[in-house]
Write a protein that binds this ligand. Structure first.
Ligand code: ATP
Ligand code: MG
Ligand code: MG
Length: 383
C-alpha cells in the first residue's frame, strides 16, 4: 500500500497475534520479539522477528534496530531497555507510562494526583503479619491483598476475609512487593478501551465485564442496563485516567460501578486488553486496528469506534483436560453469528486463556440467547 514504517512488538502472545492480524491487513510489517513459534509469529512470515524475551535488554536492543516504532502487548517488559532505545526508535506508549503502570501501586499513586477515584489502599513495607493486621484495622475486612508487580488474571490477589487469613495471604504472595486495598462492593465491573493519538484521547463505549476467580470470563458490549449517563461518565473517567500518561496507543481501563452508581477505577493497562476483543466484530475498527493507527499517526474516525451490533465475548480458558478449549471451539462452530478466535498456544493449562468467541446480534437479548449454550458447555468443562 505505502512504504510504511516497521512496527516492533514486545510479546507474541494472543494480543500480539491479533495486532499482527491488523498489521497484515494494512501491509505493515510487524517484527515480534518472543520465543520461536509464539502465537503472533505463527501468522507472520518474514525475517524481521527476534527470538528472545521482552525482559532481556539485548533482545530489546536487537528489535529496536529492526523497526521504526516499538510497542508492547504486555506491561511486564524491561522498561530500562525501552528507555535506552527510545533515542533510536519511537516507543509507544512511552516507557515512562509503562514503567509507572506496570507497578499497580505506583500507578495508583500517580492517578491519585489527577483526582481519579479508587479504593482506599495502603502500601506494605515489611510484609509482616503485624503490619498487615494494622492495615486491616484501617481498611476493614474483607480487604484485597495485592502484588504491586507482575499481576495478571488475579494471580497476585488474595482476599483477606479476617485477621485469621493473614498468615495464608502473606505466604501465598511471599517474596512479592505488596499493598492492600479496601474491599469494593461493586454491583458491576465496567471497562473502557481508550485510544490515545498524537492529538486526541478517544474512547470506545463502556462494556460490562464478568470475572470468575479474578479472570475475565464474559464481556457484554455495551454494558447491560447501564444508563447512558453512566456510560458517558465511565468513558470520561477512563479518558481522564489515560490522559495522565504519556504516549500513544490503546489503554484498557477497568472500573467498578458501586451500589450508589458512582464509579471507581480498578486498574488500567498500557495496552490492548481482553475487555476490547469484542471490537473485532462489534466495531468498524478493532482495538488492534486503532492501536496500530494511533502509534503510526494514521487517521481514526471517532465514528469507527461505535458499536455496530450488541456483542458478547466469552473467553475460552484452559480447563480440566489439555484439549477442552478445542471442544468448546467445536461447539461454537454451530452457533449462529459466533466468531471463533483460537490463539494456537498448544496444550492448555488450567486458567490459561486459549481463545475467545464473540457473538453479535441485532439485540443484546438475542446475542445472550445465542451464546448461552456455549457458556453452559464451558461451565461444564470447568466443573
Ligand atoms: P488483570 O488480569 O485484569 O490484569 P489483575 O490480576 O491485575 O487482573 P485486578 O484487576 O486488580 O487484578 O483484580 C482482578 C479482579 O479482582 C477484579 O476484576 C475484581 O473482580 C476483583 N477485585 C480487585 N480489586 C478488588 C477490590 N478492591 N475489591 C473487590 N474486588 C476486587
Ligand atoms: Mg492487571
Ligand atoms: Mg484487572
Amino acid at each position: 500500500m505505502w512504504n510504511s514504517p516497521k512496527v516492533g512488538i514486545l510479546g507474541g502472545g494472543q494480543l500480539g497475534r491479533m495486532l499482527v492480524e491488523s498489521c497484515n491487513r494494512l501491509n505493515i510489517q510487524a517484527n515480534v520479539l518472543d520465543a520461536e513459534n509464539s502465537p503472533a509469529k505463527q501468522i507472520s512470515f518474514h525475517d524481521g522477528h527476534v527470538t528472545g524475551s521482552f525482559k532481556e535488554r539485548e533482545a530489546v536492543r536487537q528489535l529496536a534496530k529492526s523497526c521504526d516504532v516499538m510497542t508492547a502487548e504486555i506491561e511486564h517488559v524491561d522498561t530500562y531497555a525501552l528507555e535506552e532505545v527510545a533515542s533510536e526508535v519511537r516507543v509507544e506508549p512511552s516507557w515512562q507510562a509503562i514503567r509507572t503502570i506496570q507497578n499497580k501501586f505506583n500507578q495508583k499513586e500517580h492517578l491519585r494526583k489527577y483526582g481519579i477515584p479508587m479504593a482506599d489502599h495502603r502500601e506494605l513495607v515489611e510484609n509482616t503479619p503485624e503490619e498487615l493486621a494494622q492495615v486491616g484495622e484501617q481498611l476493614g475486612y474483607p480487604m484485597m491483598l495485592k502484588s504491586k508487580t507482575m499481576a495478571y488474571d488475579g494471580r497476585g490477589n488474595f482476599r483477606v476475609n479476617s485477621k485469621a487469613d493473614i498468615p495464608e495471604a502473606l505466604d501465598t504472595l511471599k517474596d512479592r512487593p505488596l499493598y492492600a486495598e479496601k474491599w469494593a462492593y461493586f454491583k458491576m465491573e465496567l471497562a473502557v478501551m481508550v485510544i490515545k493519538t498524537k492529538d486526541e484521547v478517544l474512547s470506545y463505549p463502556t462494556v460490562e465485564t464478568v470475572q470468575e476467580d479474578s479472570i475475565c470470563k464474559l464481556v457484554y458490549a455495551p454494558a447491560r442496563n447501564v444508563p447512558e449517563a453512566i456510560n458517558k461518565e465511565a468513558q470520561a473517567l477512563a479518558r481522564k485516567a489515560v490522559s495522565a500518561f504519556e504516549g500513544k496507543g490503546a489503554f484498557g481501563v477497568e472500573m467498578f460501578l458501586l451500589e450508589d452508581n458512582s464509579l471507581m477505577l480498578c486498574e488500567l493497562a498500557s495496552r490492548i486488553h481482553n475487555s476490547g476483543h469484542y471490537t473485532i466484530e462489534g466495531c468498524a475498527l478493532s482495538q488492534f486496528d486503532s492501536h496500530i493507527r494511533a502509534i503510526m499517526d494514521l487517521p481514526i474516525p471517532a465514528k469507527s469506534l461505535e458499536i455496530r451490533q450488541p456483542s458478547v465475548m466469552l473467553n475460552i480458558i484452559g480447563g480440566a483436560t489439555p484439549d477442552s478449549h478445542l471442544k468448546a471451539a467445536e461447539h461454537a462452530l454451530s452457533i449462529p453469528n459466533a466468531s471463533i478466535h483460537l490463539y494456537s498456544k498448544g496444550a492448555a493449562k488450567p486458567g490459561r486463556k486459549m481463545g475467545h468467541i464473540t457473538v453479535t446480534a441485532a439485540t443484546m437479548h438475542e446475542a445472550e440467547t445465542m451464546i448461552q449454550p456455549l457458556v453452559d458447555v464451558v461451565d461444564e468443562m470447568r466443573a
